[in-house]
Design a protein around this ligand. Sequence first.
Ligand SMILES: Cc1cc2nc3c(=O)[nH]c(=O)nc-3n(C[C@H](O)[C@H](O)[C@H](O)COP(=O)(O)O)c2cc1C
Length: 281
Amino acid sequence: MPNNATSKTINAALLKRFGAEFEIDPELTGLNELEKIAGHRSHRRYLTRPIEPDLLRLLCACALSAPSKSDLQQCDIIIVSDATIRKSIVSFIPEMPWIDDAPVFLVFAANGRRLPTISKLRGKPFANDHLDLFFNAVVDAAIALATFIRAAEAVGLGCCPISAIRDHPKTVSDLLHLPNRVVPVAGICVGWPAQAGEITPRLSLSTTVIENKYDADDLAAEIDAYDRRRAKLRPYRQQRNTDRWGDASFYGWSEDKARQYAEPMRTDFGSFVRGKGFCLD
Ligand SMILES: Cc1cc2nc3c(=O)[nH]c(=O)nc-3n(C[C@H](O)[C@H](O)[C@H](O)COP(=O)(O)O)c2cc1C
């Protein structure tokens, strides 16, 4: 049966997201799923309603049903149900109280340990101890994280990934007893949303979808256009680091990101990863 209402909802979401209209065939199957994906938003406020353990288990299973590089299965999910461990994590990220408020907090980890262990168990040399081992494991974890979000949103839950745990990788690693060659990729808060939330506009598809070959683009103009479009829908409430950069009369996404990356962050992450036994060469 044609679903005109759903195709309209998808179009409305994508118009906010990309500032463009899309041709959507109302007879396509799976429009309900596209509606959820197109309408995605991160949630940082949650009801106190708990998430049943069976539902959480189901979502973890769906997340780990995601594709995995060479079927190597290098993502692990850590359910942080111990209140003391969660409080310790929150204590060093006080600017993100939603980590404490969420009924569930998980950590997605890249596991580069199982594979060399399997090689040893099967009496084979492990001939690929280089950057690709780390990269594959992180990619698997990121895909599983995204799939978890998709599954959670399908049942009406809201999520917020937390890369801020990588500001303190050793502390998180010690708290969760992560062994050698297992590193945290991102945490994620999960809960029943307390409010509808809003769509965040993205760069236009002409900036981020390339056909065949990159060519000389007009990035500066595209960024300016995006900044203006985004500011109409989601203006920044606060300017970053005004002590250093002053108050901008127009404060757009690119100004915010440039200011964010003007400060050194996670400069110790490479040495942490090497210290966990990964070879990054
Ligand atoms: C890998 C990853 C890490 C993130 N880390 C954080 C974080 O530490 N804290 C936070 O509040 N949001 C975090 N986010 C959420 C992003 O800020 C959010 O996805 C982005 O602003 C776009 O908004 P949207 O998800 O509502 O479209 C993270 C998202 C991703 C994918």
